[in-house]
Write a protein that binds this ligand. Structure first.
Ligand code: NAD
Length: 495
């Protein structure tokens, strides 16, 4: 039986400060320059549907100019000491912090995020630059030693060279920071293409730090993925290309990169299972899904979006979860108490609504939510789907919206098998009070991050990245510095 309720309205607080828009142009060689194209992309506030501004719809020629600037700057930047580079990263962190409100307002206007999420994004971006500054200085290799008779080996850690970076729309500045900080910290120069939908905070960052970063070390080219992103991926002078995005875009990047045999770093989608055992603290698990399944409106690659709960406690857990989700407040970015905001764009809003239609057609139960919220802006009700059989499409397709599904299992083995039945391998969580389970189950789950009695808590010191279809490569932690470095062995004959 389908029971649909109309619990949700949007708290509208549109009288927020006007966002401080960035300069117009491509940021190449330390300044904004005109694109070779006169076409532009409209940048929309998805909570109000208003056009905020335009940015250039860049071209392959724009990318070539940016890559040339990054190539020209790379030897001098690679020759700087870790201390010099750390000083620049710390300065970038200080500049973001000094302009925190500006960045939060701009990010929220471009994405429809509520204040708590925008604040967390900017705080985490600052922390990423500060961590990478310290990590770049602390990073070392094996000491010189002899491994062949009369020969002394030394390992040097070198930058890779020029790194191409392609970022998504869900955390625009934060995803840029996750790449810029370790890429520059390891001594590379870079060309970054932000999502065509959300370039504003990345451009603003370039504008504000232009005087602190040597010209050509950091370049930003806006424009469509299939043009700008593709040229970055195939460009013979780009040594490594890193993308955070969907599986399909990652596959295209990897295919385009193959021609020049460049290294590829892929942070792709996810469909995180939340495995709730019969002995779990069910209230804590329901609250955990509320915060981790609906953070950023569920537009989160590690979102707690697929619950697998033991059949003996499924009814009780579902009741608790539905109660939690019914209490979620939806609002525009200026609404201080809003927990979730709008979907990022009209196209994405329509994709999520189409997924909800399919769920109805599949005969699943929508226990709460399930519809668009009327009025301006791309808002969708927080939704819980129950009565979900094994292998239903919703168990494996990334919806990337405020939709959580609930399935049941009967044995631990079944829980692990079913949790792993997805092409994705980014993140998962296990909820149990049994210490043996808490040790054994995470080891059997095929995901790059597994939380126990928690979900979506990120530590800058710890690696983030996936297995299987979620890609390879690690963000955050000193593992990111590894990914954006290369080792060179030099052997000295002392004979
Ligand atoms: P998307 O794949 O549509 O776009 C990501 C970026 O790739 C954009 O800048 C886009 O312009 C570019 N792109 C698109 N086609 C391209 C091509 N052919 N060549 C080069 N670049 C191309 O993803 P999105 O909709 O912006 O973001 C949502 C996706 O990102 C979700 O699947 C989500 O799970 C994933 N994501 C993953 C992580 C992670 O850490 N693993 C973090 C955030 C988002």
């Amino acid at each position: 039986m389908t029971t649909e309720t109309a619990l949700f309205t949007v708290i509208r607080a549109d009288a927020t400060p006007a966002p401080s828009l960035p300069a117009f142009g491509q940021f190449i060689g330390g300044k904004f320059v005109p694109s070779t194209s006169t076409s532009t992309v409209d940048i929309v506030n998805p909570a109000t549907e208003e056009v905020l501004t335009q940015v250039p719809a860049g071209t392959a020629e724009d990318v070539d100019a940016a890559v040339a600037a990054a190539v020209a700057a790379k030897d001098a930047w690679a020759a700087t000491t870790p201390r010099d580079r750390a000083a620049v990263l710390l300065k970038i962190a200080d500049i973001i912090e000094a302009n925190r409100e500006l960045f939060e307002t701009l990010e929220a206007a471009n994405t429809g995020k509520p204040p708590a999420v925008a604040e967390d994004d900017i705080s985490s971006a600052i922390d990423t630059f500060r961590f990478s500054a310290g990590a770049a200085r602390a990073y070392s290799t094996l000491g010189a030693d002899d491994y062949a008779e009369n020969h002394t080996s030394v390992i040097h850690r070198e930058p890779v060279g020029v790194v191409g970076v392609i970022t998504p729309w869900n955390y625009p500045l934060l995803m840029a920071a996750w790449k810029i900080a370790p890429v520059l910290g390891a001594g590379n120069t870079l060309v970054l293409k932000p999502s065509e939908q959300t370039p504003l905070t990345t451009l603003k960052l370039a504008e504000l730090i232009a005087g602190e970063v040597p010209a050509g070390v950091l370049n930003i080219v806006t424009g469509p993925g299939r043009v700008v992103g593709n040229r970055l991926s195939e460009h013979p002078d780009v040594d490594l290309v890193a993308i955070t995005g969907s599986v399909g875009s990652g596959q295209k990047v990897a295919a385009a990169a193959a021609g020049s045999v460049k290294r590829v770093h892929l942070e792709l989608g996810g469909k995180a299972p939340v495995v709730v055992f019969a002995d779990a603290d069910l209230e804590a698990a329901a609250k955990g899904v509320r915060s981790a399944g609906f953070w950023n409106g569920g537009q989160e690659c590690g979102a707690a979006c697929r619950v697998l709960v033991h059949e003996s406690v499924a009814d009780k857990f579902t009741e608790l979860l539905v109660r939690e989700i019914s209490e979620i407040t939806v609002g525009t970015p200026g609404a201080a108490d809003a927990e979730i905001g709008s979907m990022i764009s009209k196209a994405h809003y329509e994709r999520v609504l189409a997924a909800l239609d399919d769920i109805r057609k599949d005969g699943l139960t929508i226990a709460v939510g399930g519809r668009a919220i009327e009025g301006r802006g791309y808002f969708i009700e927080p939704t819980v789907v129950t009565n979900v059989p094994a292998q239903a499409p919703i168990t494996s397709n990334e919806i990337f919206g405020p939709v959580v599904s609930v399935e049941t299992f009967s044995t631990d083995e079944e829980a692990v098998t079913r949790a792993n039945e997805t092409i994705y391998g980014l993140a998962a969580s296990v909820w149990t009070k049994d210490s043996a389970r808490s040790l054994t189950v995470p080891r059997k789950l095929d995901f790059g991050t597994v939380w126990v009695n928690s979900h979506l808590v990120i530590a800058t010191e710890m690696p983030w990245g996936g297995f299987k279809g979620s890609g390879y490569g690690r963000d955050l932690s000193s593992y990111a510095l590894d990914d954006f470095s290369r080792t060179k062995h030099v052997m000295y004959n002392r004979g």
